[in-house]
Design a protein around this ligand. Structure first.
Ligand SMILES: O=C(CO)[C@H](O)[C@H](O)COP(=O)(O)O
Length: 239
């Protein structure tokens, strides 16, 4: 089975949790796209759900697949968000933002009763950090923001090269919110909750790709089948 088939399997397993009448957060990326497509098939067969997309790309996919959409202004909570991840550790802390949608993804995940992470099992790591950590920043004052980020890294025992993300054409990548992303090659993040807190305190940092205490479960598809890992601590508990 190839990687894409594994991603689709994980998406199909998460879909089993969806019930009629649910309000769903729709993630971004190649794995989340499988979920939206499979959800669209269920909607065509009569399932009643509404979704909040985490990016303009997912909005377009959901519209194409016939999934009815709403916003977090029109509804007061989401039952489940299903989204991919770039890395998942045994505490179900995540690195997200490889697709650049981390800000909306975090807003949507935080508004959800449950967040189910779907991935092929190569995303499962003992320690976060091999995947470059995305930090979404305001372009104004970027030099000052970068220095503050470096200081936060040093205080949290990590260091590494930082680069402003570029698109395929070599232009600065601009997020759906109009911000830029700095990707930091940290290698090994020893204290993800501590680093998340330090980055969140920096003026100029809009959001970062550390998702701490947000995932309720992870569905990992691999050569030997599907593993579902449940978070031990309640949602929002960062200790
Ligand atoms: O965080 C994300 C987008 O901002 C994605 O969930 C993450 O990059 C995983 O993507 P994929 O499913 O394509 O591997």
């Amino acid at each position: 089975m190839n990687m894409d088939q594994l991603k689709r399997q994980a998406a199909a397993r998460a879909l089993e949790e969806v019930r009629d009448g649910m309000q769903l957060g729709l993630g971004t990326g190649s794995t989340a796209k499988h979920f939206v497509e499979l959800l669209g098939e269920r909607v065509a067969a009569g399932l009643k759900v509404v979704g909040v997309p985490t990016s303009e790309a997912t909005r377009a996919d959901a519209e194409r697949c016939g999934v009815p959409l709403t916003t977090l202004d029109e509804i007061d909570h989401l039952d489940i968000t299903v989204d991919g991840a770039d890395e998942i550790d045994p505490e179900l802390n995540l690195i997200k933002g490889g697709g650049g949608a981390l800000l909306r993804e975090k807003i949507v995940a935080a508004a959800s009763d449950r967040m189910i992470v779907i991935a092929d099992d190569t995303k499962w790591v003992p320690t976060l950090g091999k995947f470059p950590l995305p930090v979404e920043v305001i372009p104004f004052g970027l030099g000052a923001t970068r220095r503050a980020i470096e200081k936060a890294f040093a205080e949290c025992g990590v260091s590494g090269q930082m680069a402003v993300r570029k698109d395929k054409g070599g232009h600065v990548f601009v997020t759906d919110g109009g911000h830029w992303i700095v990707d930091a090659q940290l290698g090994r993040i020893v204290d993800p909750p501590g680093l998340a807190k330090a980055l969140s305190a920096i003026p100029g940092v809009v959001e970062h790709g550390l998702f701490i205490g947000l995932a309720s479960s992870a569905v990992l598809a691999g050569g030997e089948g599907i593993r579902v890992i449940e978070r031990r601590k309640p949602k929002g508990d960062q200790e």
